[in-house]
Design a protein. Structure first.
Length: 202
């Protein structure tokens, strides 16, 4: 089984190495593919990615474990997301930005285990932390799990005012290849969505 992690980045020279480190630190019984899409950064992000891939080159069945997509003119977040997701070949696909990172080396392993036990599950996501930079502190509970003011989730989901599920952090999502068939990136681009967060969840 192969997991593809798509990395979108633009001018993130101070954080991209940590992002890639946390992907490669993942443990579990799966092949890992990392597809990096640098959106024509004007800083040294692309150079750092090239160096990183050179330092961590691993051949798996004749295919590189990490690859950096060709440099193209700046296209914007949504087009870059579409490009990296389309280049992914995994049975399961994740997305992370070059200024995000994971703090659990078993993140993918846990999500895969859940999705294999529940084959009807097409998307698995986790909670996250907020980094308070000035205080150098992580605050847990970025996702609000209490969707209904009265705590009755069933009444919330079946109410006429319901407009979608809980917000899923894109960096925490793992999506099955089957579910990817329902994500229409051309439509996202046509509607000129500025970011990937919300349209990916629809």
């Amino acid at each position: 089984m192969r997991v593809s992690i798509c990395v979108i980045t633009y001018n993130q020279e101070t954080t991209i190495r940590q992002t890639l480190d946390t992907i490669l630190s993942q443990v579990g019984d799966f092949d890992l593919e990392v597809v990096v899409g640098d959106d024509h950064s004007s800083d040294t992000t692309r150079t750092i990615c090239e160096e990183y891939i050179g330092e961590n080159r691993v051949e798996t069945g004749g295919e590189r474990k990490l690859r950096l997509l060709p440099d193209e003119p700046n296209m914007g977040i949504m087009a870059n997301v579409a490009r990296v997701m389309s280049a992914a070949s995994g049975d399961y696909i994740g997305l992370i930005a070059g200024d995000d990172y994971w703090c659990d080396d078993h993140k993918l392993e846990k999500q895969l285990r859940y999705m294999q036990v529940h084959p009807d599950c097409g998307v698995c996501f986790t909670d996250g932390y907020k980094l308070l930079v000035k205080q150098n502190k992580l605050v847990q509970g970025l996702i609000n799990h209490s969707l209904s003011p009265n705590g009755d989730e069933s009444s919330y989901f079946f109410d006429k005012s319901y407009r979608g599920g809980p917000y899923m952090l894109p960096l925490s999502m793992l999506v099955s290849r089957e579910m990817m068939r329902y994500i229409n990136f051309d439509e996202f681009l046509k509607r000129k969505f500025p970011v990937e967060d919300y349209p990916m969840q629809a």
